[in-house]
Design a protein around this ligand. Structure first.
Ligand code: CO8
Length: 260
């Protein structure tokens, strides 16, 4: 798979590692990266051999240090709106993946980089990772979903502080507030992220997809979310993998899920 701004590899276990590849600019999100991300996730989604995705950044310093500030001087009200909407659409498609997507945050995850990590389903951070939404230092606010996803992940109070001060936080603090799921040594990062994807990929794929769909409805009113959950639950009960999972449990064997 050929991309200009990222590397796309798929291993024998069906795990794709996407590496944003602009280390000299700390993997800042320019138009080429955004286009490649969109294409790479569409590819991963439609490839039946893919069981999950790990997203990371090239080099040792950064996951993604934000949107590419070099592209900012030309922005005006119209183009700024268009750029934000385009980025939101790309990140929404990542979040809407029905296969697990894990961000392996190897360094700076700032601005659009923090927003990108939050659009992934789970986040594993290196001990060296740093997170933040420093947009207020540039006279803007997050435009790729940060004002919406950060409070959903860490709560309104802490999100308000991070968004209004622009302060950077380390991996341990990010873990303590629920922004990341796990913190590991830098050299264990990719293995840990792959293992997490592998664990999820060993479960019933349709059940995983439905759980992700139901989770996305958790910001709706409770009654609406529960109605949706019950509808998905009914669909899950009609799958072969439901029969297989229950039969395996009752007969004390490991399930072999087919994804049907
Ligand atoms: N964009 C473009 N280039 C960048 C960026 C960036 N976000 N971050 C770093 N770089 C470049 C630097 O310019 C430098 O390039 P060069 O070597 O050619 O001068 C190179 O990467 C290395 O960076 P530094 O020399 O600054 O490295 P340091 O270790 O001294 O500092 C930092 C690292 C702290 C990460 C620092 O680079 C920094 O503060 N970067 C900017 C972080 C930031 O403000 N990010 C938020 C950007 S705004 C955003 O993401 C909004 C998203 C929504 C946009 C919606 C519509 C467009």
């Amino acid at each position: 798979m050929e991309f200009d701004a990222l590397q796309y590899t798929r291993d024998d276990d069906g795990i794709v590692v996407l590496t944003i590849n602009r280390p000299d600019a700390l993997n800042a999100l320019n138009t080429a990266v955004m286009d490649d991300l969109d294409r790479a996730f569409r590819t991963a989604r439609s490839d039946d051999a893919v069981r999950g995705v790990v997203l990371t950044g090239a080099g040792e310093k950064a996951f993604v240090a934000g949107a590419d500030i070099a592209q900012f001087p030309d922005l005006d009200a119209v183009s700024g709106h268009r750029f934000a909407a385009r980025g939101q659409a790309v990140f929404n498609r990542i979040e809407q993946m029905t296969k697990p997507v894990v961000a392996a945050v190897n360094g700076f995850a700032l601005g659009g980089g923090c927003e990108l990590a939050m659009a992934c389903h789970l986040r594993v951070a290196s001990e060296q990772a740093q997170f933040g939404q420093p947009e207020v230092n540039l006279g803007i606010l997050p435009g790729y979903g940060g004002t919406q996803r950060l409070p959903r992940l860490v709560g309104h109070g802490i999100a308000t502080e991070l968004l209004l001060t622009g302060q950077r936080i380390g991996a341990d603090r990010a873990h303590a507030i629920g922004l990341v799921n796990r913190v590991v040594a830098p050299d264990a990062l990719l293995d840990e992220a792959r293992a997490l994807v592998g664990t999820i990929a060993s479960k019933a794929p349709l059940a995983v997809a439905m759980a992700l769909q139901a989770l996305r409805a958790s910001d709706q009113p409770l009654a609406d979310g529960q109605r949706y959950e019950a509808a998905l639950f009914g669909q899950a009960c009609a799958t072969d993998d439901f029969q297989e999972g229950v039969d395996a449990f009752l007969n004390r064997r490991s399930p072999e899920f087919s994804g049907a």
